[in-house]
Design a binder for this molecule. Structure first.
Ligand code: TMP
Length: 211
């Protein structure tokens, strides 16, 4: 049986990494085969592309170049890691996927939702996640959570207006893809967010096995 492709989305500081890590550990303890990965990155080529995109010295990077690099990194990660794991029946849990490009490049960089969607569907062979968990937190609260990080990457240095536009982009993502996206209130405690996310994933696994 084929596996599942589940993504976590949300603004910077919404807790994707800690929630995904805890959820993967719990699924692993329950005996599921789980692959935890992230975008941009997850494999050597895509981590190299990540370093180029996020390097603070790349101030000259054009918005379309940035969008294409995210899509290129996504393509390689899918082909090398995600697709094979799904074929093996694994549950792939990925922090960020094409919804991030729609929000950050489509709205944040103002390249347009449908323009960014079209280069991404080329990159993904029209594949969407089976389910996306959106960790919902106000973007200003998310940024405040990250404010004591010593290293600020190129995206972290963006203006608050950029992050407000990203938030509008996510609203559009939620509207367009309501059937695949589950919203979890990420302003709650970490334990509550982990439990709510895990419950959604277990429901999906159950629906799939009883279908
Ligand atoms: P991360 O900090 O969640 O690992 O992501 C790195 C940054 O890259 C984050 O600010 C969001 C941004 N990003 C995009 O702008 N577009 C994308 O498609 C992805 C995957 C991430």
């Amino acid at each position: 049986m084929k596996g599942l492709f589940i993504t976590f989305e949300g603004p910077d500081g919404s807790g994707k990494t800690s929630v995904a890590t805890a959820v993967c550990q719990k699924l692993d303890e329950m005996g599921y085969g789980v692959v935890h990965t992230r975008e941009p990155g997850g494999i050597a080529i895509s981590e190299d592309i990540r370093n180029i995109i996020l390097d603070p010295k790349n101030t000259m990077m054009d918005a379309k170049t940035e969008a294409l690099l995210y899509a290129a990194s996504r393509r390689q990660h899918l082909v090398e890691k995600v697709f094979p794991a799904i074929e093996e029946g694994k549950i792939v849990i990925c922090e960020r996927f094409l919804d991030s490009s729609l929000a950050y490049q489509g709205y944040g960089r103002q390249l347009g939702f449908d323009e960014v969607l079209s280069i991404n569907l080329f990159a993904t062979d029209n594949v969407y996640p089976d389910m996306t968990i959106y960790l919902d937190v106000d973007e200003e609260i998310g940024l405040a959570r990250l404010s004591d990080r010593a290293f600020k990457d190129r995206l972290d240095q963006e203006s608050i207006d950029f992050h407000h536009r990203v938030s509008q982009g996510y609203k559009e993502v939620l509207r367009r893809f309501a059937d695949r996206i589950t919203i979890v209130d990420a302003s709650k405690t970490k334990e509550e967010v982990i439990e709510a996310s895990l419950a959604e994933i277990l429901k999906l696994i159950n629906d799939k096995t009883t279908a």
